[in-house]
Ligand binder design. Structure first.
Ligand code: AMP
Length: 149
């Protein structure tokens, strides 16, 4: 936690809020879209991180992007999904966090994304922080504050 002295608020750090990498579903750069779709459908997530072979974070692949790709073809042929690699259509310009960032840093980045990836200095994937986690923190904080008022 870091203390914001004036407000007397203890802000949790990203390290305390994140889901660690070993619990995060991911796909690899070279995986075909067919595999990515399977991971997304089976896990129930709308998007997952994309990593390279040395576990570095490279982007995000979503059901929406895969669907867009499918609809862009002449016919609606799911077979084509095995010919296209995740790296060809993933989103690359994604903001990241580091473990030493605090909850407000996470909040700002989560306004436009349902989850944000946490990386190490060398770009290695460390985990994710989700909107759900941050909303739970705010809910807890306000309930506690209201109880004391
Ligand atoms: P949530 O806020 O828990 O609904 O999660 C929002 C999004 O974060 C999900 O739709 C996924 O894209 C991603 N996510 C959450 N948990 C995981 C996980 N364990 N593995 C991969 N992606 C996740």
């Amino acid at each position: 936690m870091v203390s914001v002295e004036k407000e007397k608020i203890d802000l949790p750090l990203v390290s305390e809020l994140m889901i660690p990498s070993e619990k995060v579903a991911h796909v690899q750069l070279g995986n075909p879209l067919e595999h990515a779709l399977l991971v997304l459908v089976k896990s129930g997530y709308s998007a997952v991180p994309v990593l390279d072979q040395s576990y570095k974070f490279k982007g995000i692949i979503s059901k929406t992007k895969i669907l867009e790709e499918t609809l862009g073809m002449e016919q609606f042929e799911l077979d084509h999904l095995s010919d296209i690699q995740v790296s060809e259509i993933m989103e690359k310009n994604i903001p990241c966090l580091e473990q030493t960032d605090n909850m407000l840093d996470a909040l700002h980045k989560l306004i436009d994304h349902p989850f944000v990836c946490v990386t190490k200095e060398n770009g290695e994937f460390d985990g994710i922080v989700t909107r759900r986690t941050i909303l739970k923190q705010f809910s807890k904080h306000y309930h506690e504050t209201l109880k004391r008022a």
